[in-house]
Ligand binder design. Structure first.
Ligand SMILES: NC(=O)c1ccc[n+]([C@@H]2O[C@H](COP(=O)([O-])OP(=O)(O)OC[C@H]3O[C@@H](n4cnc5c(N)ncnc54)[C@H](OP(=O)(O)O)[C@@H]3O)[C@@H](O)[C@H]2O)c1
Length: 256
């Protein structure tokens, strides 16, 4: 900008990353009129754009989005363990877009052993597209080296722990800033219990199973007053399913 002799710079919001900060001072020192956009709604839009990133910077851990596909009665798999497919193709394509927005996709060993998922970003034809997030598998059991989540299609990592905070610390140290928690009710329950879920994206299918795996494991809640509550951000019809985006209530934690 200095070399191009730009006269005026208007920026949306300062970068919370200390490594990237200080650009305004450099511009101003070079005589450029640099200032944050005065319009409050434009400032809010800019902040919303980087909200997850800013949260990670402020909390020194990746922002965690829990994604689940569930039936109307809150089941994540049928009694025989099958879960392909609870939702339709449009919802599944939407999940691939979600993955592309995150730098890490996290599942437990249970999901790998049950489904052998690829967890890559693919188009409707099944071809790899764009930047691939790192596929992380958490848990103590050994995995067969032939499982698809460890193949060469995309980066992958093993987290030999059952401690969500420790897993996030390892991912943060490796550069992760946004984790998509994609698997299983056991892992989801442990992240909720540790209050380490910052956003929920639920794909709800108009389907009943009546039995089978619950979408989330035991949270130790025995009374309605102790329920984990979320605020609704958005509800959208995606194909024949509904996508509901929510975040923990402000009472629980400060969230973007
Ligand atoms: N509908 C959906 O959105 C969805 C998504 C994913 C999976 N699923 C279904 O979920 C089923 C698998 O369920 P799951 O609960 O076994 O999967 P999971 O949560 O992915 O994996 C559970 C395993 O991860 C390890 N683990 C890692 N962190 C843990 C912690 N904090 N606490 C306890 N264990 C931890 C444990 O194994 P170790 O002994 O190795 O430590 C545990 O058995 C499959 O049927 C799959 O189809 C559904």
């Amino acid at each position: 900008l200095i070399a191009a002799r730009v006269k005026r710079v208007v920026y949306g919001c300062p970068d919370p990353n200390p490594i990237a900060a200080g650009g305004v001072i450099i511009l101003q020192t070079a005589g450029i009129d640099a200032a944050e956009v005065p319009d409050p709604s434009a400032r809010a839009e800019a902040r919303a754009l980087i909200a997850r990133w800013a949260f990670a910077m402020a909390h020194h851990r990746p922002f965690v989005t829990w994604k689940l596909a569930t039936t109307l009665d809150g089941r994540a798999a049928a009694r025989d363990g099958s879960s392909k497919w609870i939702t339709g193709s449009a919802a599944r394509a939407d999940v691939h877009l979600l993955r592309a927005e995150c730098d890490t996709v996290l599942v437990g060993t249970g999901t790998v052993l049950a489904d052998d998922p690829q967890l890559t970003v693919r188009d409707a034809g099944g071809h790899l597209v764009g930047r691939q997030p790192t596929r992380a598998v958490m848990g103590l059991r050994d995995l067969h080296p032939g499982v698809r989540v460890l193949d060469a299609a995309a980066p992958s990592t093993r987290l030999r722990t059952r401690d969500p905070a420790a897993a996030l610390a390892t991912l943060w140290a490796a550069g992760s800033r946004h984790v998509l928690l994609e698997g299983g009710p056991t892992l989801a329950a442990s992240f909720h219990a540790a209050r380490l879920v910052d956003e929920v994206i639920a794909y709800v299918a108009p389907t009943l199973l009546g039995a089978g795996l619950r979408a989330v494991g035991d949270l130790g809640v025995s009374s309605i007053g102790d329920a984990l509550r979320f605020e609704l951000d958005e509800a959208t019809v995606v194909g024949g399913d509904v996508r509901i985006t929510m975040r923990p209530t402000e009472a629980r934690a400060e969230r973007p």
